[in-house]
Ligand binder design. Structure first.
Ligand SMILES: N[C@@H](CCSC[C@H]1O[C@@H](n2cnc3c(=O)[nH]cnc32)[C@H](O)[C@@H]1O)C(=O)O
Ligand SMILES: [Zn+2]
Length: 433
């Protein structure tokens, strides 16, 4: 007999973006949605009340560095280059594997609280990330970030080799909730010879690739000086772009680069808050969408955001998308919610991001009983422009309830926060020694 869960008496956001009154019946063992319709509560083994609430697909955070929650508020108000070189990289040099476990658990609490059920993570000590994901109950595509600049050839090679080994080792962990990717940091922070050696190996092994692309003007100039081409062309020549590749940022893209991404089927994880905070620029989101590129949303690390609430990103994406296009109709409410759900799921290769029979049972239940969500003209508008992560009541991933009525079940949240505070303080002390 299968174990079933019914999400009852709410309204449901359908894949067509209609809002209907319905229950959602879930096969908790298979982690799949079984049926959407009226009166499904009767036979279910368990229920989750969605009265006065909207049942929506769990949000997908398609780019980030979860451990960087430990560096939230540590260094602000700087350009990307100064921030990384003066503050972040020295602090990361002092990070221990245990710090990664603690920081990722803090991130998981924040993600679950704000209705995010899947995330991408580029970091190191990936085994610790995987353990945290296993415990949290969320879904993730994880990888070891490779940087070769400033390293001798052997250390550089080892770093890329580790990214490949880690991706092979952990793929399918946590009952299949963990998938992996090879994650070279960016075209300009990894030497050409290492891409040439390892990208074909990743391709042969069927492992996706993820990296930062065209985040700042400075980075474009570095590739231009070295290779004399735009970074997207450089990446394409190295075989980096494919249907299972997704890139982060894509802020400074010209028309030819957008076309290349569309042709290769490579998705872009747009990170509007990080791009604004580091003054990186405005990504051409509407142009990407018009060209047929899959767009997803990411927070990036908590040190450049400074939280992991994807509702902020949805709103920011709509706002900055309009500014960038100089068009108030650009990146409309439905589009912004779609990129945060089905766009993210497509980018990360998860059968999630929509409430439909057969899809993964990954969903968020948003409490509509709030002043800032009144009146109810249009609930999709509310999701894009008025709702906050803290409006999420329940979070379900893979058919398991991860938060019920605002209580995170997977962790002792107070303990996670206390340990995060301790580890963050000790980390900064070591970094500044
Ligand atoms: N193994 C590598 C670590 C790479 S992890 C990925 C890196 O991306 C960094 N990072 C975080 N946010 C951003 C961003 O917005 N742009 C570029 N890099 C970032 C993050 O701090 C981390 O160092 C090493 O030996 O240094
Ligand atoms: Zn990043």
């Amino acid at each position: 007999m299968t174990d079933t869960l019914a999400v009852t008496d709410g309204r449901v956001l359908t894949p067509e973006f209609d809002v209907i009154e319905a229950d959602v019946l879930i096969d908790a063992d298979a982690g799949e949605i079984l049926e959407i319709g009226p009166g499904l509560a009767g036979d279910a083994d368990g229920t989750l009340d969605a009265t006065d609430s909207l049942v929506m697909p769990g949000l997908v955070n398609a780019h980030g560095h979860a451990t960087m929650t430990l560096l939230r508020g540590y260094a602000d108000d700087k350009t990307l280059e100064d921030w990384l070189q003066e503050d972040i990289w020295p602090a990361e040099a002092a990070l221990t594997p245990e710090d990664v476990g603690v920081g990722t658990r803090l991130a998981a609490v924040e993600l679950i609280r704000s209705g995010t059920t899947a995330f991408a993570d580029m970091y190191f000590h990936v085994g610790e990330v995987v353990e945290a994901v296993r415990e949290a109950g969320v879904r993730a595509r994880v990888g070891h970030g490779v940087v070769t600049v400033g390293k001798d050839a052997e250390a550089a090679r080892d770093d890329f080799a580790e990214s490949l080994a880690v991706a092979e080792e952990y793929d399918g962990a946590a009952d299949g909730r963990v998938r992996t990717a090879v994650m070279p940091h960016a075209p300009h922070t990894v030497g050409t010879e290492f891409f040439e050696e390892f990208v074909p190996k990743a391709r042969e092994a069927g492992i996706p690739l993820h990296f930062h692309l065209n985040e700042t003007e400075t980075y474009l100039d570095e590739i231009d000086a070295e290779a004399g081409v735009r970074p997207t062309e450089y990446a394409d020549d190295l075989g980096l772009l494919a249907e299972d590749t997704w890139v982060a940022h894509g802020v400074h893209l010209d028309a030819a680069e957008i076309e290349t991404l569309a042709e290769r089927g490579t998705a872009v994880a747009h990170c509007p808050a990080s791009n604004m905070k580091l003054a990186s620029g405005m990504a051409p989101v509407q142009e990407l969408l018009d060209a047929g590129v899959t767009v997803a949303l990411g927070t990036d690390g908590a040190a450049s955001n400074n939280d992991l609430d994807l509702f902020d990103e949805i709103r920011d994406a709509a706002m900055i998308g309009k500014l960038a296009a100089d068009d108030a109709a650009a990146v409309d409410a439905e589009t912004a919610v779609r990129v945060a759900t089905e766009g993210g799921a497509r980018a990360l290769g998860f059968d999630s991001g929509r409430i439909e029979a057969g899809a993964n049972a990954d969903l968020a239940v948003v409490d509509l009983d709030a002043a800032h969500l009144t009146p109810e003209h249009d609930l999709v508008s509310h999701l894009a422009y008025a709702a906050r992560g803290s409006d999420v009541r329940h979070t379900v991933c893979d058919g398991e309830v991860l938060m019920r009525d605002g209580e995170v079940l997977a962790f002792d949240e107070a303990d996670v926060r206390e340990r995060a505070q301790e580890h963050a303080e000790a980390l900064v002390e070591r970094a500044e020694e």
